[in-house]
Write a protein that binds this ligand. Structure first.
Ligand code: CA
Length: 559
């Protein structure tokens, strides 16, 4: 009895010590998240800062010495799916997600500290249109938050990997899934939903990070009578399957206390069946984080027939003294908005071939449609540019604020033959409402571009046979990092575009490179693992010889 009591006391003491220790080491605060970019020894926010610039002030690895960059370690994720995860880093520990696991690694050695496995119903992958992926986590107050393919939101203890809470967002059987990295804004955990091609009704949600309680849900397609419902003129129930998913992480401006989040295309693609602008699909939303209330909205593709999601990352910057938000949209135009009010400041074309609109009218903010768009809506066969892959797909761009340059992985001259047809709705089954086929160019299909965000002027470009689907990283070392679908991790001179360094990681890269510092040494990390939307849908035979994989690769300069 006495022994038991002592044992129990000892155990209790250990737990208390653990908690106290965790409190000291693992309690990321709102201020730490806000100041993420100023501390290169941690990565606490998706996109390396709430503004998602993916730019680092580190310059120990630079254009002069990048040739000496070599692997420090690699860690197997034991998963052969495509890997799009954004690595997080806190107090020397790196956190990486896959569709069915979360791992904590010693950032310097790659040693696994814990691995937390997620189980979900075997039939779930059926509802993930464009890859069984997960894009990463949010961390805050000692907890890691992530989403699951079967549409749950979970919180893990960052020290142990144990699940703290789990909340079901919605029934995945109706075509809903979750691949998004959540974010924390004003103390609220905010998540988005996937499933735009399954006839879902999109939404954003806010959760209490302490309890997992849902605080709000804001639909991206209004019900009849709600604001914006007047833009669904079909007179029926199109809104119930209206699309508008929210599958990429939004940005946050703590000063304006506003979250910015892009929404996906309207469903089905047959725009003639849903006359009107179809708010808030293909729209950039500004929201109040505590309530989910919409402050302003800007729609990039009204009544979209072409799968032109406006989900791409929203990069915050200050240009010419104005607080702006930038997006390289699927539809081929690069939007620069005043983020205080949603005013459109510029919308240059950022790829060569766009034929659905001649431009964006800066006075009205609306696209100037060509007959390709109008014919598509009336059911005629057209070939449109850019294709449903977009001028840019999901892969996040980087912005160097010092040179005012954006670095974007673009699709080059890829179009689509298209004809709207009557859609058939069945829960959890594709709901396209169109017949389509790719229209490939003769030559290269991708181009990494350095552009001026206000003019779209191309400073340099690096063409590639296959389009790059990886994220881009910019550094003060005059470098741009990205990766190829055939496995190369690559570094370019940020000023000239000269290819400086490349390393074959053994499987295609569709992940998101990051850089960080520990004990005075700079590291660069990227997750490889071939897969994702192009590999699934293109039929590109050149990918057949690329091995599947899934490794966290970390690089440093060789001494
Ligand atoms: Ca879509």
């Amino acid at each position: 009895m006495k022994y038991n009591c002592i044992k129990r006391l000892g155990l209790t003491a250990t737990i208390i010590f653990g908690v106290a220790n965790a409190g000291a080491v693992y309690a990321q605060t709102a201020d730490e998240l806000k100041n993420d970019t100023s501390d290169p020894s941690s990565i606490l926010t998706y996109g390396m800062g709430y503004g998602q610039q993916r730019h680092s002030s580190l310059d120990m690895v630079n254009a002069d010495n990048v040739g000496k960059l070599a692997p420090a370690w690699a860690y197997s994720l034991a998963d052969t799916r495509g890997q799009e995860s954004f690595p997080m880093l806190y107090d020397g520990v790196m956190y990486v997600t896959t569709h069915n696991s979360t791992v904590a690694l010693d950032a310097v050695t790659g040693r696994q500290i814990w691995k937390s496995v997620i189980e979900y119903p075997a039939e779930t992958p059926r509802v993930a249109c464009c890859g069984i992926v997960n894009r990463g986590s949010a961390i805050y107050g000692g907890r890691l938050f992530r989403t699951t393919l079967d549409a749950h939101v979970i919180a893990l203890d960052m020290e142990t990997g144990e699940e703290v809470w789990r909340t079901k967002s919605i029934d995945y059987k109706a075509g809903y899934s979750m691949t998004v990295a959540p974010t924390i804004a004003d103390g609220v955990l905010i998540t988005g939903i996937s499933g735009g091609e399954y006839g879902i009704r999109g939404y954003l949600e806010g959760y209490d990070p302490d309890t997992g309680e849902r605080l709000w849900r804001t639909y991206t397609v209004p019900a009849p009578g709600e604001p914006g419902s007047e833009t669904w003129k079909d007179g029926g129930d199109a809104w119930q399957r209206g699309g508008g998913p929210t599958w990429l992480t939004g940005s946050y401006d703590p000063e304006l206390n506003t979250v910015y989040w892009g929404t996906g295309n309207a469903a089905s693609w047959n725009a003639g069946l849903r006359p009107g602008d179809n708010l808030y699909t293909s729209t950039i939303l500004a929201l109040e984080p505590k309530t989910g209330a919409i402050k302003w909205h800007y729609q990039t593709s009204p009544n979209d027939p072409f799968d032109y999601d406006a989900t791409n990352e929203l990069v915050l910057a200050t240009i010419d003294g104005r607080k702006v938000i930038m997006q390289a949209n699927r539809n081929g135009f690069f939007y620069v908005l005043d983020r205080t009010n949603g005013e459109l400041l510029a919308a240059p074309q950022f790829i060569d071939k766009v034929n659905w609109a001649t431009g964006i009218d800066l006075a009205t903010g609306r696209p100037m449609d060509t007959e390709v768009a109008t014919k598509a809506r009336t059911g005629e066969q057209v070939t449109y540019y850019p294709s449903a892959f977009g001028g840019k797909n999901w892969s996040p761009m980087a912005y160097n604020p010092d040179s005012n340059t954006v670095f974007i992985n673009t699709f080059k001259d890829v179009g689509m033959q298209y004809k709207a047809v009557e859609p058939q709705y069945r829960p959890g089954v594709f709901y396209f409402g169109a017949e389509f086929a790719w229209a490939w160019p003769e030559g290269d299909r991708g181009e990494l571009r350095a552009i001026d965000p206000m003019t779209g002027d191309v400073k340099w470009a690096d063409s590639s046979a296959l389009p790059r689907l990886a994220g881009v990283l910019s550094t003060a070392g005059n470098l741009v990092f990205t990766g190829g679908q055939t496995g190369e991790f690559e570094a370019f001179n940020a000023e000239t575009g000269e290819a400086l360094w490349s390393f074959n990681t053994g499987s295609g890269i569709v992940g998101q490179p990051v850089t960080w510092e520990k004990d005075g040494k700079q590291y660069v990390t990227v997750v490889n693992g071939a897969g994702a939307v192009y590999a699934l849908f293109s039929g590109d035979e050149r990918l057949a010889t690329v091995p599947p994989g899934g490794n966290v690769w970390t690089f440093a300069l060789v001494e």
